[in-house]
Write a protein that binds this ligand. Sequence first.
Ligand code: SME
Length: 162
Amino acid sequence: MAEDLHIATGSKEDQYRSLLPQIQGLLSGESDPIANQANVCAALKEQFGWLWVGFYLIKKKDDQTEELVLGPFQGPVACTRIRFGKGVCGSAWEKGKTLIVPDVEQFPGHIACSSLSRSEIVIPLIKNNKIWGVLDVDSVDLASFDQIDQRYLEEIVSWLNP
Ligand code: SME
């Protein structure tokens, strides 16, 4: 049975250091991708109180082209499908690297799922050199995300499997 998350205080680094082993505990012994993605969203949302934390997963359409489809998330309702290269999520997919957007209004083509979102970080999910989705995090504050978030979020998503 899952135990309550211990919510840490202190610097962002302190909070991640407390959170990471707890997330590792939640994921250990469970191989179901949806269950694990759902708990990662919940743990991040509970610890940091961000507006939106969620996964978009690459799926094939009927015509065999791929797009991002909404997966497990916490926060307000969101857009369900994002095309390759579109928005911050589709751009992170296209570039295959983490994108940090300090001010979403300055990002050309940003997709506004919630008018409350001011800054965003998108981390690609990569297994065996292949992208299988992205983790998207939105904040109501400008410039919420930096290299510390990138480092720890990239570590967390490396534990997930498609
Ligand atoms: N802002 C994202 C879309 C997803 S929502 O923020 C949940 C984007 O531009 O790709």
